[in-house]
Ligand binder design. Structure first.
Ligand code: BT5
Length: 258
């Protein structure tokens, strides 16, 4: 992360009421989600954001690792939503990301179910939502967002075949501060919209790029193959198997091959 990225530079005149009003910045941390979880367990306020210049043990779902070198954004936001809204967090975060990437870069980003943000076929961003629920009440939800901003993918052969970065796509440096502030503002817009009864499902569905395509999903020990026919309002993917049966796959349990 560049030196001019400080908590002040992010919060100053930020157009939000609570998301990103309190920010902690680290140059390096194991995982911003870990820090955010500790903050949440300690009662930190809703909307608090943890940002790191790089992560040493950034992670994806199911124990996979997330490469977060300098030039990427690693951001985690603490929310305390009512349980009813928990399933909407992945939808609203995905929309916040595609919108802010569009605003800041002009690139059209799309959502690859369940949690990837893609630009021109390459994975530019991933979302990891970790939450804790006790007796029907959400203790916390941490929205972890990683974005490849100013990275040259050719320096990262382990992901270069399927990933991309905003700077690689545009051939120029992207203003990271602007992008972080835009993500925070978009997250708040989307979240308040949902809490106020707004329906983001149609827009989320329209930005999904898997629909109508052949997919293979590893769910536990089972491999489900078929056509990604639709998504349900709860966020699950509906796959029409070759034998005609419609299978519902819940985000979080799966690895999508295509
Ligand atoms: C994700 O998991 O895509 C969620 C990534 C979330 C990262 C954020 S950064 C802030 C917060 N703190 C954390 O520790 N995590 C969150 P998943 O769908 O499981 O994808 C993981 C896979 O993406 C890996 O197995 C790699 O194949 C690939 N990958 C790893 N690093 C990548 C990168 N920088 N860009 C694109 N793909 C990557």
């Amino acid at each position: 992360m560049k030196d001019d990225l400080s908590a002040d530079s992010i919060t100053n005149n930020l157009a939000t009421v609570f998301i990103g009003r309190r920010v902690v910045c680290y140059s390096s941390v194991d995982s911003t989600n870990n820090v955010a979880k500790q903050e949440a367990l300690g009662g930190s306020s809703e909307g608090m954001a943890v940002i790191a210049g790089r992560q040493l043990s950034g992670r994806g779902r199911l124990g996979r690792s997330w490469l977060s070198p300098e030039g990427s954004i690693s951001l985690s936001i603490i929310l305390y939503p009512p349980l009813y809204y928990l399933h909407t967090l992945i939808m609203l975060s995905s929309l916040a990301l595609v919108n802010s990437i569009g605003t800041v870069t002009g690139l059209r980003a799309e959502i690859k179910w369940p949690n990837d943000i893609m630009v021109r076929g390459g994975k530019v961003s991933g979302i990891l939502i970790e939450s804790s629920v006790s007796a029907g009440v959400v203790d916390y939800a941490v929205i972890g967002i990683g974005v490849n901003v100013n990275l040259q993918l050719r320096n990262f052969p382990e992901i270069a075949a399927f990933a991309t970065s905003l700077s690689d796509e545009l051939g120029r440096e992207i203003p990271v501060l602007f992008l972080i502030r835009s993500i925070l503002a978009e997250m708040e817009n989307q979240y308040l919209n949902v809490l106020g009864g707004g329906d983001i499902y149609p827009e989320w569905r329209s930005r999904l790029l898997n629909m109508g395509k052949r997919v293979s999903v590893q769910s536990g020990d089972f491999l489900i193959e078929g056509i990604a026919e639709s998504v349900a309002r709860d966020g699950s993917l509906l796959i029409r198997r070759n034998d005609g049966i419609l299978e519902r796959v819940i985000a979080g349990d799966v690895k999508l091959f295509q």
